[in-house]
Design a protein around this ligand. Structure first.
Ligand SMILES: C[S@@+](CC[C@H](N)C(=O)[O-])C[C@H]1O[C@@H](n2cnc3c(N)ncnc32)[C@H](O)[C@@H]1O
Length: 263
């Protein structure tokens, strides 16, 4: 069967990196956690991705960035930064993605999933704004895929999400028809951003067994669960102690996770 590629055939050369906007990180202290790949285990760091030092050689960065709404903050999807301006939010996320991407092995990619938000009479293209910012920072978009999910998944978002693959990806790994479907039902106890089935498909598509995946916004732990199910390893970072505690509880039914705390 012929391979269908809905992706760039030639990777774009990285552009010169823009100077990071230091103000957005509100650097108030020294970097406390050094985030390295941990083969043979799954680790969740309870710390701030804007302050962590991402080091080492990861095979994939995979995440779903925090919730954004121009007027409200979500209390079910974890903390969002104190930004109600979409461009400011997109730049904030892009800066973290850029820093995380520097911990990738050569020719490995960063993948993020973002659903748009229905707002008044329009849909806010949150993922595309983030992708536009990462492009400016030298992380080009190599593929754009669609995640089709259950229609009842979320009342404030369309029933599909956008998947972006960034960086200098191995082109063979980008060969995909471009549509990912999941049928995991929304569990009333977990927010709709907990998407282990989608993440498992993405991990299998973009990495080989035994690789290690970094998630700078690990939330309730879709990435560790998906990595565990697909025989890969994972390191996640999560700012909210509540989310870390919930993740620990959810994941304990399936696998062993080590939690580390850095203030
Ligand atoms: C959309 S959720 C991630 C969902 C995740 N994929 C899951 O399986 O639950 C985004 C997460 O990023 C976390 N977050 C927000 N700002 C952060 C920061 N500066 N550092 C680390 N985590 C952060 C939020 O607390 C939230 O749990």
């Amino acid at each position: 069967m012929a391979k269908i590629i809905y992706s760039r055939k030639t990777p774009l050369p990285p552009t010169k990196l823009d100077k990071p906007n230091a103000e957005l990180f509100r650097p108030s202290g020294a970097i406390k956690a050094q985030i390295n790949p941990q083969l043979g285990q799954h680790v969740i760091w309870n710390c701030d991705s804007t302050k962590a030092l991402f080091a080492g050689g990861f095979d994939l960065v995979l995440c779903s960035p925090p919730y954004f709404h121009p007027q409200t903050k979500s209390n079910t999807h974890g903390l969002s930064p104190d930004l109600t301006d979409l461009n400011g939010f997109a730049e904030w996320v892009a800066q973290i993605l850029l820093r995380a991407s520097r911990a990738l092995k050569p020719r490995r990619s960063l993948c993020f999933v973002k659903t748009d938000v229905k707002y008044r009479t329009t849909i806010l293209p949150i993922g595309f704004r983030i992708a536009a910012c990462t492009e400016k920072l030298g992380l080009p978009v190599q593929a754009h895929w669609i995640w089709q999910r259950m229609p009842h998944y979320s009342p404030y978002a369309p029933s599909f999400g956008n998947i972006f693959v960034l960086g200098s990806a191995d082109l063979d790994l980008l060969c995909h028809p471009g549509l990912f479907r999941t049928d995991d039902c929304r569990n009333r106890l977990t927010p709709s951003s907990f998407t282990p089935s989608l993440f498992e498909q993405l991990i299998r598509q973009l990495t080989k067994p035994n690789g290690c995946i970094l998630d700078p916004f690990v939330g309730l732990g879709s990435t560790p669960l998906a990595a565990f199910r697909s025989r890969r390893w994972s390191v996640g970072v999560e700012l909210s102690p509540k989310q870390v505690a919930k993740a620990k509880e959810i994941l304990a039914d399936h696998m062993l996770v080590t939690v580390r705390i850095s203030q």
